[in-house]
Design a protein around this ligand. Structure first.
Ligand code: KG4
Ligand code: ZN
Length: 297
């Protein structure tokens, strides 16, 4: 990704996008109660475009401006459209597994804004592993949905890829990617093995994610496991985690697939929850490309 090109595209597309969103919602900007934007983590030049525009809109409409952590947006997204939230209007204590292109995290969410990081990846994120293996296999970007589609007709037991289990609740996916790379030269015909490779790789990722998520839920004494981030689109992962939770007697709440990859609704939802808890917003907030969800372990 070229940051300069990405942020120019943001600048060009954001205004028409906001106008369309307001038109579809049948709203005028002055009718909006509050404005929010992602503060970080992410590419500085792209964050700045959205942050500045939301600040300008809030200032013009004389409404609060809230700066939201992108990862908190993912973490809360499973509750956005859930019966559980509608019934309680509260975020219940839970174990969150957040799997995106840039992050893989296990978080004990005790309350809105009260998050404890239990584990994270020490090298590649889960989505990054899907994207890198996709590239190795000659598939288009992003690799996640491409690999999932091919894995459907493959046998997950055909290649014995490693289930890397670093100490505690951390993850490591770079060894798995290397294992796929070393398998390729030995294959006579990649095309005939593509579905098996995809299924075996995907199952290795799922086994590790599911195993550690359940261990984390036990350690933190959580009765509910929530799943979010772009990789949570993956149906095999959702099914695997749902079944493991069922066997362990835990409730499971996956993010709806249309809210799994990056979206503005999850940022608005996080802002709404903070407003309801009394947040008033702050125009002095600045972007932070390396913003952590919680202080490091
Ligand atoms: O959360 P997201 O939209 O962006 C970040 O904040 O990183 O996640 C994007 C990631 C990409 O790595 C993409 O390959 C992965 O989510 N992804 C999937 C699937 N759909 C998207 N990974 C596995 N299976 C999928 N169906
Ligand atoms: Zn994201």
């Amino acid at each position: 990704m070229v940051p300069e090109v990405a942020s120019r595209n943001h600048a060009l597309k954001l205004r028409p996008l906001v106008e369309r969103a307001l038109a579809e919602a049948n709203l005028h900007a002055l009718d909006v109660d509050a404005f929010a934007a992602t503060r970080g983590p992410g590419l500085a030049s792209s964050l700045l475009v959205g942050h500045s525009m939301a600040k300008a809109l809030a200032a013009a409409a004389a409404k609060p401006f809230l700066s939201i952590n992108h990862m908190e947006g993912h973490l809360l997204s499973p509750f956005l459209d859930s019966e559980l939230f509608r019934a309680q209007s509260e975020i219940p204590p839970h174990l969150a597994l957040i799997v995106s292109g840039g992050h893989t995290m296990l978080v004990h969410a005790r309350d809105l804004g009260d998050y404890r990081l239990l584990g994270r990846t020490i090298d590649d994120a889960a989505g990054e592993a899907f994207d890198k293996v996709g590239r190795l296999l000659g598939l288009p970007y992003p690799g996640g949905p491409e690999i999932e589609a091919r894995a459907r007709t493959g046998d997950p037991a055909s290649f014995p890829f490693p289930r890397s289990m670093p100490r505690g609740l951390d993850f490591s996916f770079s060894g798995l990617k290397t294992a796929v790379r070393y398998t390729l030269p030995d294959l006579e015909d990649l095309d005939s093995q593509l579905a098996n490779l995809c299924a075996s790789f995907q199952q290795a990722v799922i086994d590790v994610l599911v195993g550690k998520a359940l261990r984390a839920a036990r350690q933190a004494d959580c009765k509910l496991v929530a799943l979010s981030g772009g990789v949570s689109c993956n149906r095999a992962l959702r099914q695997g985690l749902r079944e493991a939770c069922r066997q362990a007697g835990l409730d499971f709440l996956p993010c709806p697939p249309n809210l799994s990859t990056d979206n503005a609704a999850m940022i608005a939802f996080a802002a709404l929850l903070h407003l309801q808890r009394g947040a008033t917003g702050d125009f002095r907030e600045d972007i932070d490309p390396n913003l952590p969800l919680v202080a490091e372990l």
